[in-house]
Design a protein around this ligand. Structure first.
Ligand code: GRG
Length: 292
């Protein structure tokens, strides 16, 4: 199997589950529609795929944890809806479609985000195949990464840093928290749900952290070098908003080298798993080369 087929298969597992999950009517209908509009709008689904890959690399069958992997995607999608709001990045294109607030209005977009975030924890908390104490440990990982010790803190700092003089430490804080924390947690959660040993969790952590940082560096580079069509969101929006980014601080070429450095670290970290790290290796290399 090649990586494209692997990603397609895992993505389908998550999307089929999410589609079925939101099939039953929810009142009010407009809220339901607005949540479905964003969660079913496509996207790479890289966080749930990483979670499934981690569980399988440790020795499990990913199908057992699809609700938990999908819940991570709900949180990611909420963050995109809120990030696009006029009070935050004020963007009108996401995943190649008008952003949620453009279609449903600001109030409904905020509520769709709130709904997805809250529902994610309800979705995550139910799995009869996983021992409750393990599920609880994984749930704590997710809340830490998505909230005050991760993504929310990173987003707050990103907003505070707009227009400020470039600062290496501040930039790293933003990247580690806004983007890398949830990616790292996606990988770790796969290991925690499998109840993997300490050495395996440590290898997963190293991998998750490194690809998380590389992901954001590449995202910053694509904002400069990509096209709006490829990205499905407006190109050049970081520069327009005077954001603190890797290319702004280091230039595009040096940023590419820094992303590659992180990917090499990621590959090294999962050498622990031997040949079972195949998909981790493939995903890491793909993240460096991606165009959207
Ligand atoms: C609102 C609390 C809160 C957080 C928002 C996700 C985020 C934090 C901001 C989005 C801004 C942004 C472009 C960040 C760069 C990295 C990133 C998360 C990109 C989007 O994720 P992808 O590429 O998107 O995985 P798809 O559409 O493929 O799911």
């Amino acid at each position: 199997m090649d990586l494209k087929t692997y990603l397609k298969e895992k993505k389908a597992l998550v999307e089929d589950f999410v589609t079925g999950y939101f099939k039953e009517p929810i009142a009010p209908e407009i809220l339901h529609e607005s949540m479905k509009y964003s969660i079913l709008a496509g996207g790479k689904r890289i966080r749930p795929v990483l979670c499934l890959a981690a569980y399988e690399t440790c020795g499990g069958d990913g199908e057992a944890i699809v609700p938990q992997a999908a819940a991570i995607e709900l949180i990611h999608t909420y963050s995109l809806i809120h990030d696009d709001l006029p009070a935050m990045d004020d963007d009108d294109l996401r995943r190649g479609k008008p952003t949620n607030h453009v279609v449903y209005g600001e109030a409904m977009a905020i509520l769709a985000g709130d709904g997805l975030l809250t529902e994610a924890f309800r979705m995550f908390s139910k799995n009869d195949k996983i021992a409750p104490e393990i599920l609880l440990r994984a749930l704590r990982e997710l809340s830490s990464a998505a909230g005050l010790y991760g993504m929310v803190a990173g987003q707050a700092m990103d907003i505070i840093a707009e227009g400020k003089a470039h600062d290496k430490e501040l930039l790293e804080f933003i990247h580690r928290n806004k983007t890398a924390a949830l990616l790292k947690a996606s990988v770790r959660i796969g290991g925690v749900l499998y109840n993997a040993g300490e050495a395996a969790i440590s290898a997963l952590t190293g991998y998750g952290e490194a690809i998380g940082l590389a992901f954001q560096i590449v995202d910053d580079i694509l904002d400069v070098t990509g096209t709006t069509e490829e990205l499905g969101k407006p190109r050049g929006s970081d520069e327009d908003k005077n954001k603190m980014t890797y290319p702004a601080l280091y230039g595009v070429e040096h940023s590419r080298a820094l992303a590659k450095e992180q990917i090499d670290r990621a590959l090294q970290s999962v050498e622990f798993f031997g040949p079972k790290a195949l998909w981790f290796n493939e995903i890491a290399k793909y993240l460096l080369k991606r165009s959207n």
